[in-house]
Design a protein around this ligand. Sequence first.
Ligand code: FAD
Ligand code: 5PR
Length: 379
Amino acid sequence: MVNVNKTTDKTRVAQVAGGGFSGLTAAIALRQNGWDVVLHEKSPELRAFGAGIYLWHNGLRVLEGIGCLNEVLEDSFTPPVYETWMHNKTVSKETFNGLPWRVMTRAHLHDALANRAREVGVEIRTNSEAVGAEASGKLKLASGEIVEGDLIVGADGVGSKVRDSLGFDQERWGAKDGIIRLIVPRHKDKLPHGEWDNVIDMWNHWPRVQRILYSPCNDRELYLGLMAPSADPRGSHVPLDLEVWMEMFPFLEPCLIDAAKIKDARYDTYQTTKLDSWSRGKVALVGDAAHAMCPALAQGAGCGMVNAFTLAQDIEKNASLEDALLEWEKAVRPITDLTQKLSADHAANRTMSYGNGFTPEALTAARFDPINRVYSWPQ
Ligand code: FAD
Ligand code: 5PR
């Protein structure tokens, strides 16, 4: 709904840097609240990078709030069970007590957000790279142009130039494991007898640390996350070292053969970034620019989208935008901080491998409803 309580006739302008999941969410939510929004994406086109993604109740509620949920549900999937294996034996089967969750390709989620942004009238500028910002409400572009806004949103990812230009105090650290993420055909008819609609988190600690997170996105597409320590040259090799993965996961042969054909595969390590504050004056940071986290709880984008959505709502609550940003951070940041900490602990200790890792505490972010600001699905 447009902002019916707006007290001034002048339409407020927001400049958003970054067209990923967080930037698009912020842009749509602000536009729905009556703002004029310009979104700057440095790439020549608006598109998603990477393979698959999980969204939970929190992220799905954001999609509902910004009018994208139906499109996302159309070609995504809720597996019947989240199964964890250790050395090929089932150690847990989790269903989260009915908590909504969904697996999809990143392209599918990104397309839905980009379509909605166009539909609500966000002005999208591609080939528009932000190089810095000023707390007074200016965004500097690589072209030399300086654009002004009542609000500047830095959603330019883990390497954020908006953030780095403003001199936030930050801590950053990495994890010892990394991952190769790919989308391959499901090949359901070629796999041996098994419950291949489940998510299966297949862990091996011995003879090598090697893990595959098997995640069906729909009837056609399978998201494979192939994890190995960065110190393991064969496990972290791209394109995939077919022999070393086939040895440990022979039953996935048809999928692994296709995975090994992907020549531009990447091995990514995990980064955590923590800032002293998420805003400076009229500039707010959302998503990985503010709080990149380990993926163990699959909440980086979920938290980024919740924070982008709540930002758009909370700046309507206070006469001063600068104060509203501080209040917004105070309200939503504890969930992100907790999730970052738990995810980092899980990644460092590989604790999800023992099963039943999605405890009520681990699901704190997932259970949050950003529309009603309550925790749904008590366990
Ligand atoms: P980004 O996705 O990095 O988007 C930033 C955008 O800004 C890009 O489009 C980029 O091109 C653009 N850009 C960059 N610099 C500039 C600039 N200077 N000017 C203009 N534009 C710029 N999260 C989940 O919720 N669920 C999961 O299952 C999940 N799995 C993950 C698995 C792994 C292995 C990893 C590493 C992360 C995972 N995450 C997951 C986290 C999630 O991927 C990120 O948190 C999310 O993509 C962050 O979105 P963002 O929009 O903040 O940043
Ligand atoms: N969960 C998900 C995921 O994509 C990853 C992890 C956990 C959904 C990495 O790809 O533990 O690294 C993880």
